[in-house]
Design a protein around this ligand. Structure first.
Ligand code: LMR
Length: 392
């Protein structure tokens, strides 16, 4: 019976990690999967996290079960950063639970939306490939619109046209900041437009905030989403700590629900618990506990924010250097200077992406997405030269 299953292709982005690792060339460049890298090319554990993990080892007395909601100390400590220090729960209208990474948050958001009667997900494309995979796995319909214009700004007209044609039973999936894969974020004016269109609309907003702090800062990166949440009665939010705490493989995320009135939270939340139980029973504890320890300790919090700022500044530096390089063959790199976060899309075809890998040891996603954090002052000139060579 199992023989009836069709062969599935490996996840292209994850397969790239193995391809890169197997390449013996010393000067290979990994611009594939979205992990931050230092100027030396490493992805070290944050010192604030190391200290918190040590404290966890020294003080944890039991690894007995928590519950489908995970570590609520972690969730509560995170909320002021996500929703603002002033009344993070908005009078009890917002509550959350821990999830296995941001992916777990996206899964719960889409599954809860479906339970509540959502049948169609509006989504700007290109988007993170796993968004469409989760939508498809749940049997939801995807209504794609163009995320960005040819000029490299968010295509707000395509978004508003998609909203105008939407109604009951529809949700829209928005990236909170550091758009993956394009790096093209909504401006404050765009967020104001999106907010005014969604206020009073039956379309349910779902926000995926996976890179808070890697764009303009922890506060600035949440502003657009917060303005939207202030104007709509209900919303669902997926959150990732995998990047801004560097916890990738420990899978640390959260799922938040905003309800119209605080009294509705118990019923809605119980559905979140039931979905989590059916999907993974409980989230893994270790990473979330380490984040909680960081956020409950002022000195560790300051250390974490400082490390995050260094990451953000390095990303800005690399983006600036790429923009300064200007034209690399047929590719104009100047827009990369005004984009946000780790990712950018380059207008390359399959054969150019393949030539970059085979002839120059440059690894990037098949979509043309690069992780700019994979570039350093040392390898950036080689990358620009390789790009010039394959596109000239
Ligand atoms: C990425 O887009 O590279 C990351 O979000 C990693 C992943 O899980 O795909």
């Amino acid at each position: 019976m199992l023989d009836r299953l069709d062969q599935q292709p490996p996840d292209a982005l994850l397969a790239l990690i193995k391809l890169h690792d197997a390449d013996p060339r010393a000067d290979k460049i990994d611009l594939g999967v979205g992990v931050y890298r230092t100027g030396q090319g490493g992805t070290p554990v944050f010192s604030a996290i190391k200290a918190a993990e040590q404290r966890l080892v020294d003080t944890q007395t039991s690894k007995s079960y928590l519950g489908p909601e995970g570590d609520m100390g972690f969730v509560e400590a995170l909320m002021p950063y996500v929703f603002g220090a002033a009344d993070p729960s908005k009078g009890g209208r917002i509550q959350g639970m821990q999830t296995p990474g941001g992916t777990g948050g996206v899964r719960l958001a889409l599954a809860m939306a479906q339970r509540a009667g959502i049948r169609r997900i509006l989504m700007g494309t290109p988007s993170w490939p796993n968004h469409a995979q989760i939508v498809a796995d749940l049997g939801l319909e995807l209504a794609a619109f163009s995320h960005a214009t040819a000029d490299g700004v968010a295509d707000i007209e395509a978004l508003t046209a998609a909203l105008a044609a939407a109604g009951e039973g529809d949700a829209i999936l928005l990236h909170g900041c550091c758009h993956n894969p394009t790096g093209i974020d909504y401006t404050p004016a765009h967020w104001a437009e999106i907010t005014s269109r969604l206020a009073g609309s039956p379309v349910l907003p779902i926000v995926d905030l996976a890179y808070q702090g890697l764009g303009e800062g922890m506060e600035a990166d949440a502003q657009g989403m917060r303005a939207l949440l202030a104007a709509v009665p209900e919303a669902l939010i997926a959150y990732s700590c995998d990047k801004n705490f560097g916890l990738y493989r420990d899978r640390v995320g959260a799922f938040f629900m905003q309800v119209a009135e605080a009294g509705q939270m118990g019923k809605v939340y119980s559905n979140g618990l039931a979905l989590a139980r059916a999907n993974w029973s409980m989230p893994p504890d270790h990473g979330g506990a380490a984040v909680r320890i960081v956020l409950e300790d002022a000195a560790l919090t300051a250390q974490w924010l400082d490390e995050l700022e260094q990451m953000r500044e390095r990303i800005h530096l690399v983006r600036g250097r790429l923009a300064d390089a200007g034209q690399a063959g047929a590719v104009d790199l100047t827009p990369l200077g005004r984009q946000h976060g780790m990712f950018a899309m380059l207008p390359l075809d399959k054969s150019q992406i393949e030539a970059l890998r085979a002839d120059h040891g440059v690894y990037m996603a098949g979509s043309g997405r690069i992780n700019v954090a994979g570039l350093t002052t040392l390898n950036l000139p080689k990358f620009v030269a390789a790009l010039t060579a394959v596109t000239s």
